[in-house]
Ligand binder design. Structure first.
Ligand code: F3S
Length: 284
């Protein structure tokens, strides 16, 4: 069996860095409680493993306010300034695993706000990354994700505007919304802060799927980026299978094929990808 494994399968740089950070903290000798602000990653296997190692998840500012001591790890999505302030007031030891690409957005909106700019964030307002970015805007700002929201935005004449994007926003849609905003904003400062890790993973998945007889997409069933990968691969290769772990793989589907492609969503740990790859290479 020839196996084509996507180089971009699994964790992006920022998520890998955040997950490694938590495991490194767990290994530290001084053992005060360890908390993450929100789950470090949307993968049950990883979060329950960390839970067994004593890592607790904090879900809200209120919960954070009640902590007495311990280490607080910030995940790759980042958080607003207020979370740092609460952690400091509670004397928590902070370990910041915010992805540097997200940190850059915090810096842009913070400086823009301080200069008096109106900040427009293109993204989904419910997404924790966007909520974190909002938390660094000290002046006027808004979050938009649709053409209607862009076209109906009211900004006073001559007001300077800075536009950024959620890192995982769709590039085509971002450009389109920027074009709409350019009609109503005077000379806006536009920073394309989209991270290309997702696009690269999707492009590579599509390329591989178009050149193999069967394709395996690995990821959590609730992972939206894995679902998207599955759709892309299915379009290119009818024999595409969506699995969570090796247990879901049925050898029957691969009896008549000679080439198999493998990719995985952003929250799929490396060992699961390797286990599937090894199994396909040696048993199919
Ligand atoms: Fe990942 Fe950071 Fe990009 S978390 S998707 S590398 S912005």
């Amino acid at each position: 069996m020839e196996v084509k494994l996507a180089k971009t399968a699994g964790f992006c740089f920022g998520v890998k860095r955040a997950v490694d950070t938590v495991y490194n903290q767990v290994k530290q000798p001084k053992q005060l409680p360890i908390y993450t602000f929100g789950p470090i990653i949307h993968n049950e296997e990883v979060t329950s493993d960390l839970e067994q190692k004593g890592v607790k998840i904090i879900h809200s500012e209120d919960e954070l306010e009640e902590l007495e001591q311990g280490t607080l790890i910030i995940r790759s999505h980042g958080v607003g300034r207020r979370i740092y302030e609460i952690a400091e007031s509670r004397n928590l030891y902070m370990v910041d695993a915010t992805c540097p690409f997200v940190k850059k957005i915090h810096k842009i909106v913070k400086e823009a706000s301080e200069k008096g700019d109106f900040v427009i964030i293109i993204g989904s307002r419910e997404h924790p990354e966007v909520q974190g970015i909002c938390g660094w805007c000290s002046g006027d700002y808004t979050v938009i994700s649709t053409e209607k929201e862009a076209a109906t935005l009211s900004i006073s004449e001559g007001r300077k505007v800075t536009i950024v994007s959620q890192t995982t926003f769709n590039l085509v849609k971002f450009k389109y919304l920027v074009a709409v905003l350019e009609k109503i904003c005077y000379n806006p400062y536009i920073v394309n802060t989209i991270c290309n890790a997702t696009q690269e993973r999707q492009a590579e998945a599509g390329e591989i799927a178009s050149s193999v007889e069967a394709m395996i997409v690995i990821g959590g069933k609730n992972s939206s980026n894995t679902q998207k990968l599955y759709e892309i691969c299915k379009k290119e290769c009818g024999n595409t299978y969506y699995i969570q772990t090796l247990k879901d793989l049925s050898a029957q589907n691969f009896q008549t094929v000679c080439t198999v492609g493998i990719t995985a969503g952003a929250s799929t740990p490396k060992h699961i990808i390797e286990e599937v790859q090894l199994h396909v290479r040696t048993n199919f």
